[in-house]
Design a binder for this molecule. Sequence first.
Ligand SMILES: NC(=O)c1ccc[n+]([C@@H]2O[C@H](COP(=O)([O-])OP(=O)(O)OC[C@H]3O[C@@H](n4cnc5c(N)ncnc54)[C@H](OP(=O)(O)O)[C@@H]3O)[C@@H](O)[C@H]2O)c1
Length: 307
Amino acid sequence: MQTQTSGFYDTGLTPSPETLPASPPPGLAAALAGRLVVVGGGNMARALLGGALAGADAALLARVRVVERSEDTRTALARDLGVTVLPDLSELPAAAPELDASDTVLWAVKPQGFAAAAAELPPGFAAPALHVSVMAGVTLARLAQATGAAALVRTMPNTPALVGQGMTGLFAAPAVSAAQRNSVQALLKSTGELLWVEAEGDLDSVTAVSGSGPAYVFLLMEAMMAAGRDMGLPAAAARQLVLQTLAGATALARASEVDPAVLRARVTSPGGTTHAAISHMLDGGLPALVQAALHKARERSQELGQA
Ligand SMILES: NC(=O)c1ccc[n+]([C@@H]2O[C@H](COP(=O)([O-])OP(=O)(O)OC[C@H]3O[C@@H](n4cnc5c(N)ncnc54)[C@H](OP(=O)(O)O)[C@@H]3O)[C@@H](O)[C@H]2O)c1
């Protein structure tokens, strides 16, 4: 890789361990000690299982149960993933008797459907297992109350998880062991990057930054594409220019050792075209507006968690 260290086009790129691919995590078959029960077989579960079970052998597939109430979705999941699919959680004891500490229950129903779904479990049946939630805003306290479990992991994924480019924040209750954290990582790794946070409250900040974040980027995309069309570019051309510019800028920022603010300054020569646009954005208060918006998102996440 050719590296420039100064000048207008300096990107701060230097070969470093951070730019090299991370070593692969242990496979799910090794990391998952017992059985996996997935409650809700919708978009998130399919994305997650599609990646985690890719190339899985029959022994691993035989350890998985998906509970999904829609018949069409059940048929598709059984066909595409080769796992056992049940229509109702009340059928779980017959299909996965005696859940114990080696087993994992992944909750992937909509947050508003969680209480009703959990109520279908015989009381205490799933309490010894590790419970992992991808449900937005369902607190550890609610998970503990509904399942009776102590080994709980709450996660906050975002929608790019559906294409393997997600960013997921995770928080583990104290009862979660290192081995259980490993199995959670193996389970979620195919959805994108994972970040453990130190306090459950940090998940409200994760929600504000990455959980809701794709929508902020889509808004910027919309505005840039609209401007391109206004200037006479065909819609397809405006779309291509914007999508590749955002992907390229992200790749450059990721590969560079310097802060995005420095990268920006290096491509903003005084009196130039970028300077004209950036000055207008700064005069309009864009950075403060974005920061205030993210604080609003975090406040809303906190409110929803208390509801
Ligand atoms: N999609 C994302 O990108 C994303 C991002 C971040 C977080 N999440 C979280 O992931 C969770 C799932 O989201 P999703 O987009 O995958 O939702 P989804 O596509 O609606 O999937 C949920 C599935 O669970 C089924 N279900 C509901 N209650 C059930 C029950 N009691 N027993 C069995 N199946 C039941 C639903 O069936 P019906 O359709 O019949 O209700 C549906 O098929 C949500 O809590 C969300 O907050 C998702």
